[in-house]
Write a new protein. Structure first.
Length: 206
């Protein structure tokens, strides 16, 4: 089997593609992975891509290259620096090592995560990123080595960026959204961190 192209949710399928639900899970993906594709291409949203990457992580299949064809505006597409012909690139481009970002709720982050409003503290590695209040804290994968955190204070104050292997937040209960998907409850603590193994992304080097 060559490339396994997944048309997620409402994305129109094409000949040779496999239609799967939005944010496909174990029952949707494991039988397809068992057929032995040489790469997986996700046509869908950042949330769909995150779901597929999470399944590859849990199935111990991070050896498979992963391509992405965004169906809507996408933060992951900018992180991966996808060209205009995302499909052609996903099918034929070489894989590059990209940090795989996990969180302490058992998920992964491929595009944008955010928490807020925040009243508490945040650290990027051992560097203090926030003590007090902010409109939100954002995180995204940093191709240079880990997590890029951004503290948005609100008002006219400028946002500040921090880069490291982990971004940790401790705060009064705050809402978290990962790749467009809200978490089911507010959190008091949340961490995004670099996994020990990288993702083999069909992406242009950062």
């Amino acid at each position: 089997m060559d490339a396994l192209v997944l048309a997620c949710g409402p994305v129109p399928s094409r000949p040779g593609w496999v239609a799967v639900p939005e944010r496909p899970g174990r029952a949707d993906l494991d039988p397809l992975l068992a057929a032995g594709p040489d790469r997986v291409v996700v046509a869908g949203t950042d949330a769909d891509l995150a779901a597929v990457v999470l399944r590859l992580l849990r199935a111990e299949r991070l050896d498979l290259p992963v391509g992405y064809v965004p169906a809507v505006r996408s933060v992951a597409a900018s992180v991966w620096r996808l060209p205009a012909d995302a499909l052609g690139f996903a099918l034929a481009g070489p894989p590059a090592r990209l940090p795989l970002i996990r969180d302490d709720s058992g998920g992964v982050l491929v595009g944008l995560g955010r928490i807020g409003p925040v009243d508490g503290e945040a650290y990027c590695d051992d560097q203090l990123a926030l003590r007090g209040r902010a409109a939100r804290i954002e995180a995204r994968p940093d191709p240079a080595g880990g997590v890029c955190g951004r503290v948005v204070p609100g008002g006219l104050r400028r946002a500040r960026e921090f880069r490291g292997r982990a971004l940790q937040v401790g705060c009064h209960p705050a809402a978290v959204v990962s790749d467009g998907v809200p978490h089911d409850r507010p959190v008091r603590r949340f961490t995004w961190y670099r996994h020990t193994e990288d993702l083999r992304a069909i992406a242009l080097p950062g």
